[in-house]
Write a new protein. Sequence first.
Length: 60
Amino acid sequence: MPRTSLKNKNIRKLTRMGRAGGSLGLTLPKEMVLALGWQEHQKVVAKRTRGGIVIRDWRK
């Protein structure tokens, strides 16, 4: 399977989490997470905004 082209690098799919399907998951590009200094299992806040979602560090 070919790798994602650089043009489509940040296009992601929502994935159903668990059998009941009550939640959806989204993977983030490793480069973005490292640039933010985030780590695995870190708490983040997802806030709905007009036309999208903002994801921020829980502590800030």
